[in-house]
Design a protein around this ligand. Structure first.
Ligand code: GDP
Ligand code: MG
Length: 306
């Protein structure tokens, strides 16, 4: 790539913040055009951070979501750690999108969150009122005004993530406002990125299912290798990262039996989506302090190599 081309590039990390069921996953899916986030009407299904990478003209945008931020119960240490990690994760993003379910009334939780967001002084925050297909226009304008009174948003948008309405205006805005900087992903890596992320997400879901959610949030899954064979088979290698040896033991189970079950369940789901024979290899690694800054890029699935 020539220098002049690089100079034009823009890059930004955008965090989507919103209550459970506000439509964060749907929003990101409508941008990426692939089923990356696991959309569910169940609360808090999304646990990992990177949701997708999108290219708008010269701008590459990495979307992350922040599942821990809406956690009303801050009494126990684990919950506190989750909330803390969620806020930490948005500290150095370039833009925050506050996604709000327009069919919902503003409550104390919304107000508390906006107050806390207002402390995030260096990060521009925009409002995206979602699910506008569900309510009438007059109510929308009132709601937009009410929210803008509570917080000084840099811009406000009205969207329906489900009907793909208004999304392009948000993207155009991001394209205009994100800073100049080199892309983090080479273009040829992006094509299988959605499936890499989705398959990691599936494995993560299977881990949580198998452990009945006993384990805390600090598990990440990364897809390390993705090979397409000539006969149509696909081989995927993934690493499960956890911060404690005890967690590793639980994930593995007796003689690796639990990991085997997790791998089998994940493989079946991935196979259904890809419609190709899939081989899935899982590793479990203990990585202490995985929330530290140094590791952040790899957590996001961003390689610091680029
Ligand atoms: P998340 O918890 O914030 O990630 O929310 P999801 O993306 O999982 O969405 C929660 C529910 O709201 C799902 O049933 C979605 O289909 C629905 N939903 C999301 N966006 C819209 C929208 O624009 N309009 C309507 N009517 N429903 C939506
Ligand atoms: Mg979600």
């Amino acid at each position: 790539m020539s220098v002049s081309e690089t100079a034009k590039q823009k890059f930004g990390v955008v965090a989507i913040v919103g209550a459970p069921n506000a439509g964060k996953s749907t929003f990101i899916n409508s941008i990426i055009g692939e089923k990356i986030s696991i959309v569910s009407s169940k609360i808090q299904t999304t646990r990992t951070r990177v949701r997708g990478v999108s290219i708008q003209g010269d701008t590459q945008i990495v979307f992350i979501d922040t599942p821990g931020i809406f956690k009303p119960n801050k009494k126990n240490n684990l919950e506190r750690a989750i909330v803390y990690a969620a806020w930490e994760s948005i500290e150095d993003v370039d833009q925050i999108i506050f996604l709000y379910d327009a069919s919902k009334k503003i409550n104390d939780e919304t107000k508390a969150l906006l107050e806390r967001l207002a402390q995030q002084k260096n990060t521009p925050i925009i409002l995206a009122l979602n699910k506008i297909d569900k309510i009438d226009k007059a109510r929308l304008l009132d709601l937009s005004k009410e929210l803008n009174d509570l917080m000084d948003f840099d811009a406000s948008f009205m969207i329906s993530a489900l009907k793909n309405d208004g999304i392009s205006r948000v993207l155009e805005y991001l394209e205009k406002t994100l800073p100049e900087g080199p892309w983090h992903y080479p273009e040829d890596e992006i094509s299988d990125m959605p499936m890499r992320l989705l398959s990691a997400e599936i494995t993560r879901e299977k881990i949580f299912e198998s452990l009945y959610q006993e384990l805390p949030y600090n598990i990440t899954v990364e897809t390390d290798a993705w090979e397409n064979f000539d006969n149509g088979d696909i081989k995927i290698s993934q690493t499960v990262y956890t911060s404690r040896d005890a967690h590793k033991k639980i994930i593995l189970g007796k003689g690796g039996s639990n990991l085997k079950k997790i791998g089998m369940n994940a493989r079946q789901d991935i196979e259904k989506i890809l419609n190709q024979k899939t081989h899935l290899k899982l590793f479990v690694k203990v990585q202490e302090n995985w929330m530290d800054n140094e590791d952040r890029f790899s957590l996001w699935g961003l390689s610091s190599k680029h």
